[in-house]
Design a protein around this ligand. Structure first.
Ligand SMILES: [Zn+2]
Ligand SMILES: [Zn+2]
Length: 144
């Protein structure tokens, strides 16, 4: 999933489950360890952990997106957006979001990303980034 695809995936879920648009940015963040996603109170952007998608697949990942979108929409509407707030618990249940990120087992896999389109690649072995280009757009590849 490229970063562009992640963005449209989040926008789609926002429309379908919340009937509200998502106006900000969704990005991959490889520094997230045990959390699946993060909502930035200042920029209103959402960060997601690429390992969750890799390990648990798209369905679980979409429920993590719903969780972060609960923070997002409630915060923008000036309602209680924290885990302890009843408005948060209620909305999370309503849209079917996950309360916690399921454990991400440490796989000995390396994550690479296309510099141009943000496509992710998972490899068992170290790869020579100078030799390879992104299969989607031909951009250069970097290790995350
Ligand atoms: Zn949360
Ligand atoms: Zn690319």
């Amino acid at each position: 999933m490229t970063e562009e695809e992640l963005q449209s995936f989040v926008e789609k879920i926002s429309f379908e489950s919340f009937q509200r648009p998502f106006f900000h940015k969704a990005k991959w963040n490889n520094r997230l360890k045990t959390t699946g996603g993060r909502y930035d109170l200042k920029t209103h952007d959402l960060d997601f952990n690429p390992k969750v998608l890799e390990v648990h697949g798209e369905e679980i990942f979409s429920k993590i997106i719903k969780h972060e979108l609960c923070h997002y929409h409630l915060h923008l509407q000036g309602q209680g957006f924290q885990h302890k707030d009843s408005t948060f618990k209620q909305l999370l249940k309503q849209v079917g979001g996950l309360r916690f990120t399921p454990p991400i087992e440490e796989k000995k896999r390396l994550t690479y990303q296309c510099k141009k389109c943000g496509q992710l690649f998972f490899r068992q072995r170290k790869m020579n980034t100078k030799k390879y280009a992104c299969g989607k757009c031909g951009g250069g590849i970097v290790k995350m």
